[in-house]
Design a protein around this ligand. Sequence first.
Ligand SMILES: *Cc1c(COP(=O)(O)O)cnc(C)c1O
Length: 250
Amino acid sequence: MTDAITAPSPVTDAAAQSRAAELERNLAAARSRIAHACRAAGRAPSEVTLVVVTKTWPAEDVRTLHALGVTDVGENQDQQAAAKAAATEDLPLRWHFIGQLQRNKAASVAQYADLVHSVDRLPLVDALARGAERAGRRLRCLVQVGLDDAPGRGGVAPAGLERLADAIASRAPRLELAGVMTVAPLHISPAEAFDRLAVLHERLRASHPGAVIRSAGMSGDLEMAIASGATHVRVGSAILGTRAPRNPAA
Ligand SMILES: *Cc1c(COP(=O)(O)O)cnc(C)c1O
């Protein structure tokens, strides 16, 4: 066992190299899709931040992605995110928390996250603010809007957006209201969902001009999100692949 750790076998080495090549190819393809979508929308590629979603994949992939120029990584589960952030703390990465968040995990998330995309109810605001205070950090927050009547995917109903945004803004300077996020629901087209988010976002910016981030779009629909004005796209499977390893934390 010890030998395997101190002296990587040629087999392991070859596997790592082929994984790095795969990530490099997929990342280049994703960046090219983003560049095309920006050009089609008359936007500068610098307006769109690629958040690479590494959930279920090992910290070694995060390291490889960083070497390929990735600056922003996203995770949807605190335990995995905390472990990977710790394993790569020597790297200047920004961690995005994008998953449904339990109140009792807020303090942990506040220790490593730069941007929480998924603030969708009032009790979370207080928990995140106290966590940020304790960690001595400043936490940027997005309100996750649910454009779906069916509960389960998270997100506050559009009617509750303003109130939640005000609550986040009231916890400055520990929390910073940075914008909005959505996950396109299943029963309406992504284009329509992203257009609805655009309307809600513009309305919010009338009262909160600093809330400039709009997080929308994933592997399957990033072009539509960029066309509708997304500033952040969250791309997982198109870059990492669809078959996650058995032991993600390894
Ligand atoms: C997993 C996930 C993504 C990435 O989805 P892909 O389809 O793999 O690109 C984006 N946003 C959220 C909230 C996710 O949970």
